[in-house]
Design a protein around this ligand. Structure first.
Ligand code: XLS
Ligand code: MG
Length: 346
């Protein structure tokens, strides 16, 4: 019998990617948005995540009225398919105006571009029926430390967040920290930084966070500790589950594929904090391996969800009573083995 659970799953169009990396071109032909939407539906996922220009392509060449019109058309299509929009994120790392960062660029005109574009993103989110704006602050940081004033950058980030909060009284900002890549150092590398800067904004209640497993690992942190930390402030508004093999380039591997035990711990922490009970989604920010053939193109998404559900069973069948008594006796050696054997099926 299928396991009863309350989790709702989603992914973004960029998670059906074509295989390009810095050293070589695509290995799969591009697919249309409609194809991706129908793949999502066929696989039985509940929602889709969007960048602003996933929702409205070529957004920079369009007027505010045109952007709204296209967002409304998309909303109709999503409604027709019974698919929700989980969030919208401004893509502030492609355009020439974001070469030195968006909100923290040293060029005032470019900072204004970033804020204006974020406002359009919020308009799109509102039309798509979500109040969640995800901020992955890709280029807000430096290649060399002397290029920007870190203290001023904090002020500029707060200024930008305040402008977004003022633009729509219902919008919530979920900051998605990542410590590096594309930058040498990013300004908001961890959940602690995200929640601290939230306190500086005009409405701290509407600034929370999103944890991506791989980003936490790249920061040398344990994703499940990051989850507990965010949840203890009621600020975990979304999660991007995936995996990462060591401190390398951002790999966005299928969830659980490198470290099953860490994946188990992440789900155990989500369960303990009742994540998802207020409508939050479990999102898989995963990519196919570059070698993936067209006919296997969406397997990483189905596999990530399958691994999640199999590990959920493992979490629910874990002998918590035995664990508690080992903890009481400070027998962490036996606790360690209890977890390992449980994961191995004993
Ligand atoms: C990239 C980010 C991106 C965000 C949304 O590393 O994870 O995919 O989740 O902008
Ligand atoms: Mg992500």
């Amino acid at each position: 019998m299928a396991l009863k659970h309350h989790y709702q799953f989603c992914f973004g169009p960029w998670n059906i990617s074509e295989g390009q990396d810095p050293y070589g071109p695509t290995t799969r032909p591009p697919q249309s948005f409609d194809w991706k939407l129908s793949a999502l539906k066929k696989m039985g996922f509940d929602a889709m995540m969007f960048h602003d220009d996933d929702a409205v392509p070529d957004i920079d060449s369009k007027s505010v009225a045109q952007i709204r019109k296209e967002a409304k058309e998309l909303k109709k299509r999503l409604d027709g398919e019974g698919i929700a929009a989980e969030m919208v994120a401004p893509r502030l790392w492609f355009h020439p105006n974001t070469v030195d960062g968006g909100y923290t660029s040293n060029d005032k005109k470019h900072r204004q571009y970033a804020i204006d574009r974020s406002r359009r993103c919020i308009d799109i989110a509102k039309i798509l029926g979500t109040d969640l704006i995800v901020l992955w602050l890709a280029r807000e940081g430096t290649y060399i430390r002397e290029a920007k004033d870190g203290r001023r950058s904090v002020d500029l980030l707060v200024e930008a967040f305040d402008a977004m909060l003022a633009h729509d009284k219902r919008a919530r900002l979920a900051i998605e920290p990542k410590p590096n890549e594309p930058m040498d150092h990013a300004y908001i590398p961890t959940i602690g930084h995200a929640l601290a800067i939230a306190q500086h904004t005009r409405d701290p209640k509407r600034v929370g966070c999103l944890i991506e497993s791989a980003h936490a690992i790249l920061a040398g942190l344990d994703p499940s500790d990051e989850i507990d930390f965010a949840c203890s402030f009621d600020k975990l508004w979304s999660i991007h589950l995936n995996d990462q093999n060591g401190l390398k380039y951002d790999q966005d591997r299928p969830f659980g594929c490198t470290n099953l035990r860490s994946a188990f711990d992440q789900i155990r922490t989500l369960e303990r904090n009742q994540y998802g009970k207020n409508g939050e989604y479990v999102c898989f920010d995963v990519h196919p391996f570059r070698t993936t053939k067209v006919e296997h193109w969406t397997a990483h998404l189905e596999n990530s969800r399958r691994t999640f559900l199999l590990l959920l069973e493992k979490v629910r069948s874990f002998d918590e009573k035995a664990a508690r008594s080992l903890i009481a006796n400070r027998d962490y050696q036996a606790l360690d083995q209890l977890v390992i054997e449980h994961l191995m099926g004993n």
